[in-house]
Design a protein around this ligand. Sequence first.
Ligand code: ASP
Ligand code: MG
Length: 401
Amino acid sequence: MSIVVQKYGGTSVASIDKIKSVAKKLIKRKESGYDLVVVVSAMGKTTDTLIEMAKKISDNPSKRELDMLLSTGEQMTSSLLAMALKDMGYDAIALTGFQAGIKTEDKHTKASILDIEIKKVRHHLKEDKIVIIAGFQGIDENGDITTLGRGGSDTTAVALAAKLDCPCEIYTDVEGIYGVDPRIYPNAKKLDYISYDEMLEMASLGAKVIETRAVELGSKYQVPIYIALNTGLVTGTYIKELNESMEKKVVTGLTASDDDLMVTINNVLYNTKNICYIFNRLGEMDINIDMISQTAPIHGYVNISFTAPKESKDLIIDLVQELKRKMREIKVDIQEDITKISVVGLGMRTQSGVAARLFKVFADNDIHFKQVTTSEIRISYTINTTDKEKAIVKIAEEFNM
Ligand code: ASP
Ligand code: MG
């Protein structure tokens, strides 16, 4: 029999009724001839509620105990789902991460999976049980419960699929992956397929449908991942290895992120040491910079711009003070109302002219951009946030997304 791993996220199991309807869907699938391994998240906002409770007890709750607490959310769902299945006449077993053989590092609240002793799961499948596994948790070498970081159930599911050498289906509250946000561009088309690389570019740019780590793992072990609405009634999106010839489109996705700010340091004396110093300090302060640009030297001075997460603003202000003491003539400008717009597409590897079309869209619509960066399959621009919606709509139209 073929095995499939399915994962149901928090919204799909948010109530007893929803758990029962997941059970019915599992039975249908089982009847169609599949061995099922099911990974579940905590019901609805349970994890948030548990974190709030911990924060009421302590400003700085022990991470080991926090993992003990948070792991109960997923245990609750898994046991209820197994009960529902048994009640409907199907054999099932609920397992904690530990019981499912999921071994992790001993990094509480953000552990990575090291290995899965998969014979435990296989044993239960042989007994013809539907195996329900609590997502987002494992056990470290000391026998302590760990959790994998927020959204970690996706990773649990893909890791199990990798070990079982089978596909992974993730059921959630969206219909699949869209090339562009339908809330901004209502004509947006759902994608049938997207490659791991494109999905990773889009995920790290803010398309929050699936956890990035899960996609990385899927790519590493070539696990086909299917993302679909939890009703199972509409076709979703496959994330898998694609080659350019399968994808006729040049541009698959368009994302926008308001998470960064842009720092411009004007009047920097142009020598490598100086510039090196700035970027060294940024690195030492753990400020994760993204786009960088520099003007041509004029009379021995340049302007340098970079983007960094808005979260790092305080650190950046500290650094600016420090730089001003060292380089007295610099003037610094921090702009927060900027948006990073990126277009992603495997087709860019082989087809040229995407940048030219984008420049034309910007020119025709009077959208000014401040910076451009490219990777093999992505082009990103920083623009004013006020131009964001216009840019998204016009680019989506241009590339028929
Ligand atoms: N329940 C955890 C969270 O809310 C893990 C997950 O849902 O994937 O982050
Ligand atoms: Mg999630």
